[in-house]
Structures are given as C-alpha cells and as structure tokens.
Design a protein around this ligand. Sequence first.
Ligand SMILES: [Zn+2]
Length: 130
Amino acid sequence: MEKWLVISAEDLSQFYEGRRLGDGKYVAYCPLCVSNSETLYITDGRIGTLIYCHSGCDKEDILKEHDIQLFQLFVNQKSKPKLPYDPTDDLIAVEIIRANRNEITSESDIAWAYSVKERLIAHNHWKPKL
Ligand SMILES: [Zn+2]
C-alpha cells in the first residue's frame, strides 16, 4: 500500500494563520471568502486532516491557494471508489461539528450542521453513535 505523509492540522493551519481552539483543532479565515468571520475549520480527524469552510467554498480550491492537494491530508485516499453519493465530506463535517460543538453557535452554522445531518439521513449514512 502506498502511504502519504499526512499534513497535520497544526501544520495545515499555519498556511492559513489559524487560531488554535484546542488539541488538533484550529479555526482560520478562509482565503476565498469575503466573510469577516473565521469560517475555516482545520481539525485532526480519524481518517486524516479535515478542512472545511462552512460558507461552502470548495476545499480543493482552498488548498490550491497553497499548492496543497487534497490527498496530502489523507492516507490511501486514492484507493477510495467513487460512489453516486459520496458521504465523505458530510461525515467529515460531522466530525468537525462534534469536535467544535462549542464554537458552532451562529444561526448559519447551526443551519449548516442540520443540512449535513439531513443529507446523511436521506442517504442512510447517519450514524448518531459514530
Ligand atoms: Zn470560504
């Protein structure tokens, strides 16, 4: 199996001048957003390093700003098969929501969290006790 050197949340956050929230958790200003709030979450996850702008920016575009490829955040990402609905992003979002529960307080953040949950339920990927 090919292994990639995974970029940690700490390393990745430095590209975006992230602010540390806790162990392996960072928040930063998204380089693609005009928003005045920190919308970019960078978190160490179970399957790799998670990056997510909850204003909806494409994470590959966010990474491209610093010449980083998505696969560099994951181990063996290349071997994943393509499915009609790929729950990966939403499952990553669930991890981010759970890891940053206390930071998700604004109406738009809560609406985002619910939309993720609804999509997972609709596709039978919702596992409340993951
Ligand atoms: Zn953004």
